[in-house]
Design a protein around this ligand. Structure first.
Ligand SMILES: NC(=O)c1ccc[n+]([C@@H]2O[C@H](COP(=O)([O-])OP(=O)(O)OC[C@H]3O[C@@H](n4cnc5c(N)ncnc54)[C@H](OP(=O)(O)O)[C@@H]3O)[C@@H](O)[C@H]2O)c1
Length: 286
């Protein structure tokens, strides 16, 4: 089996690289933004038709949520139109197209975990561009698999966990939003799940939700990180209104993951165990 990973230098792409070192009988090709900018449609077509993958996992995305408000065209090109082209090329080859989407396709007004079929209504440009990508993918490739996830962190790249560690080591006190709740997702766990999906034959196309188990606020997540860091820093809860950002965030973005577990038999870990593993990886890489 041959799996191509696009956007391979991001958090999830890097974790898939780490995973590829331990799995057997699968060839991986990792393509960074420089290797394959996914908005270069001709290059995508040429590359895939020469390399003939069995599966493409698209980890490439425009992920700057706040900047997307001002850069809508670019966000829609990468997260929308380019995803449609990737999905179409995979459909023509044919090969399985696996794409990652987000909890930000939802408005965040629910009070129980979002199911795949729930009504979508993004509150910011990034979420709207990711929803556009989902819709374009299924329009041309009904066999595509879209995995929506939330609050992704890892030892790689920029993310909430690494920002908190830095701030907790620099400051005596920090304030963190306590009225937005969701489920943190360790990119290494997500990479495992994507790999299981990639190698499962005959899996039905469609949308699946993946996030680590548990429901917390950013403040509660920061407290757990502080506990691991053991830094001399006080963490205070604040409302989102005290931390204004260019892009609105959904207040509730918990995903119901039961469809993914039932379909692929993937058991999802609680966020606490995954955070501990990530902290270990960060400390061994420092
Ligand atoms: N991070 C989160 O909290 C979160 C939450 C929910 C869903 N997701 C989704 O999960 C997926 C993976 O996210 P992540 O956290 O791994 O993101 P990430 O770390 O930002 O990685 C995205 C990668 O895509 C690359 N990229 C950007 N534009 C590209 C282009 N035109 N062509 C090819 N590659 C391009 C980026 O390169 P540069 O860095 O050089 O630009 C980066 O290496 C994305 O689909 C994202 O929307 C993320």
């Amino acid at each position: 089996m041959h799996i191509i990973v696009t956007g391979a230098n991001g958090q999830v792409g890097r974790e898939l690289r780490d995973l590829s070192c331990i799995v057997k009988n699968v060839d991986f090709t990792f393509l960074s933004k420089e290797d394959l900018p996914i908005e270069n449609f001709e290059l995508v077509r040429t590359f895939f038709s020469i390399r003939k993958p069995d599966v493409v996992i698209n980890c490439a995305a425009y992920t700057a949520v706040d900047t997307a408000e001002q850069a809508k065209d670019l966000a829609f090109l990468i997260n929308g139109e380019a995803v449609g082209v990737l999905a179409a090329v995979c459909n023509e080859l044919p090969c399985r197209f696996i794409h990652i989407s987000t909890d930000y396709v939802f408005a965040g007004t629910a009070t129980t975990p979002y199911r795949e079929s729930d009504f979508t209504s993004p509150v910011n440009a990034y979420g709207a561009s990711k929803l556009e990508g989902e819709e374009q993918a299924f329009r041309v490739n009904p066999n595509a698999i879209v995995v929506r996830t939330s609050w992704v962190y890892s030892s790689y790249g920029k993310n909430f966990v690494k920002t908190m560690i830095r701030l907790m080591n620099e400051k005596k006190e920090i304030s963190v939003v306590d009225d937005q709740v969701g489920s943190p997702t360790y990119a290494a766990d997500l990479a495992d799940a994507l790999y299981t999906i990639a190698i499962s034959k005959n899996a039905p196309g469609g949308i699946y939700h993946y996030a680590n188990k548990g429901i917390i606020s950013w403040y509660q997540f920061a407290l757990a990180i502080a506990d691991q860091v053991k830094a001399d820093c006080l963490v205070h809860p604040i409302p989102g209104s005290a931390y204004p950002t260019p892009a609105k965030r959904p207040a509730y973005s918990v995903l119901d993951t039961s469809r993914l577990t039932e379909t692929f038999g993937i058991q999802i870990r609680p966020w606490q165990k995954s955070l501990a593993d990530c902290m270990k990886k960060i400390s061994t890489r420092d």
